[in-house]
Design a protein around this ligand. Structure first.
Ligand code: G6P
Length: 444
């Protein structure tokens, strides 16, 4: 008998897991999954149990023959897997709260994937993902790694540069969130909308947007001046763009552009909320408590709508549509993080970019962009340099490289402040940064 499809989900105890399970249930006809292995670490054991049992109830309710396995043994889960999805958070939400709080004390934005927070999340995560890819080489060499773990762009860059696997795709819900948001703005079904995406993760532009094949870019750009319409994710409040700016930019922005083109206002807001309702991590911690209480209810057998209050909405749509297209060699177009291979002229060919791709059984084939508009090009290159140097620091444990990465980040005002922040954050995250507290390792 042919072996059924096996998926290993690392970080399986995440509150987002019901999203993923819902996605597999919805697309079962196209993607007949037979084994779902949810893996977590010892500290996540309780959450894994709770969310894993909900996953089992959801599958039972759907009447599907998918076996759900819960384990703390990553190697057992990876053995002969066809797809490995990663959604883990090293240090949990406590670490995220530090990433968001510490920089603010120095007058620098605290955010989980941008500036100092992005750097430190990368420093904690990259060694772990490289451990996973090593295990994959041995235990499931033909599997695809679908990485959702943030900072997804930097993590994909690190896997492309420092691992021996090339079947990796980085995925984010921002592009799909933009498609959904724009469909809502125009009051049409989202299947009629197509956006030409180009840039980097959390730094992606829509170079054009079509409704039934006809460009509606001007109309959409006009709407982006309205604060109500300028963010498409729950975790970032839109502030609306100055019409003169957004019209001259002549491209759609993603929600994370707020941090770069409205740095002052976003910093002020971060300072304010750190004193009032708490940072986003702290808000999410409260939300998670509620979610896990709901998940415990033995009568619950669907994804609860409260999960949609999280920034990762549509995560399962993005993940499962990608996996389904690889499996079925669909050759449809989806925005993912993959090796540039010349699609964007001003980014190194071997670097990770977030770009519209044709999804085949051999992976994503990026659509040629040519180049980014001149107004966007410099910032994208700068962020790519930040990601690259951060990834190098994560692998080597080179402190100076970490200082360099943070200093060149556009959200950091000086090398001195970069160093001060790094010193405090290194200490705060010491338990998850062994590479900086042991002997230097060399890049392979
Ligand atoms: C966005 C991003 C994700 C991120 C999420 C955070 O949508 O694209 O990369 O993980 O928000 O949401 P949260 O609810 O945890 O703040």
């Amino acid at each position: 008998m042919a072996k059924g499809i096996k998926i290993a989900t690392i970080g399986g105890g995440s509150s987002y897991t019901p999203e993923l399970v819902e996605g597999f249930i919805k697309r079962y006809d196209e993607f007949p999954l037979s084994e779902l292995w949810l893996v977590d670490v010892e500290t996540g054991k309780e959450k894994l149990e709770i969310v894993g049992n909900l996953a089992k109830r959801m599958i039972k309710e759907a009447g599907l023959p998918i076996d759900v396995h819960l384990t703390l043994d990553r190697r057992e889960a990876l053995k002969d897997a066809d797809f490995v999805t990663t959604q883990f958070r090293v240090g949990g939400l406590d670490a995220r709260a530090k990433d968001e709080r510490i920089p603010v004390k120095y007058g620098v934005l605290g955010q989980e994937t941008n500036g100092p927070g992005g750097l430190f999340k990368g420093l904690r995560t990259i060694p772990v993902i490289l451990g996973i890819t090593k295990d994959m080489e041995e235990l499931c060499p033909n599997a695809w790694l679908i990485n959702f773990t943030n900072p997804a762009g930097m993590v994909t860059e690190a896997v492309l540069r420092y691992s021996n696997i090339d079947r990796v795709v980085g995925l984010c819900n921002v592009p799909i969130g933009m498609e959904m948001g724009i469909a809502k703005l125009l009051d049409v079904d989202h299947s009629r909308i197509r956006i030409d995406f180009a840039g980097l993760n959390h730094m992606v532009y829509g170079l054009n947007v079509y409704l039934d094949g006809v460009s509606v870019k001007e109309e959409v750009i006009e709407k982006l001046s309205d604060p109500e319409n300028s963010s498409f994710v729950k975790n970032i409040d839109g502030m609306g763009w100055e019409p003169e700016f957004i019209q001259a930019l002549d491209a759609l922005t993603c929600p994370y552009h707020m941090y770069y083109y409205k740095s002052k206002e976003m910093l002020d807001k971060a300072i304010e909320s750190s004193k009032t309702e708490g940072t986003r991590a702290e808000v999410v911690q409260a939300l998670e408590k509620e979610l896990f209480e709901l998940y415990k209810n033995e009568n619950l057998n669907i994804k609860p709508p409260q999960l949609e209050e999280r920034g990762g909405a549509y995560y399962s749509d993005a993940a499962v549509r990608l996996i389904t297209s690889i499996y079925n060699d669909k050759r449809d177009i989806q925005p993912v993080n993959t090796m540039n291979r010349g699609a964007i002229a001003s980014i190194p060919a071997e670097s990770a970019v977030e770009v519209s791709c044709v999804i085949t059984k051999d992976g994503p084939v990026p659509l040629t962009v040519g180049d980014l508009p001149v107004a966007a090009r410099g910032l994208v290159q700068q962020i790519k340099s930040f990601e690259r140097i951060s990834a190098e620091a994560a692998v080597t444990g080179d402190y100076n490289k970490a200082v360099l990465a943070l200093t060149i980040n556009p959200l950091t005002p000086s090398d001195k402040i970069a160093k001060e922040i790094i010193d405090e954050m290194m200490e705060a995250h010491k338990a998850h940064l062994p590479q900086f507290f042991q002997e230097t390792v060399s890049v392979n």
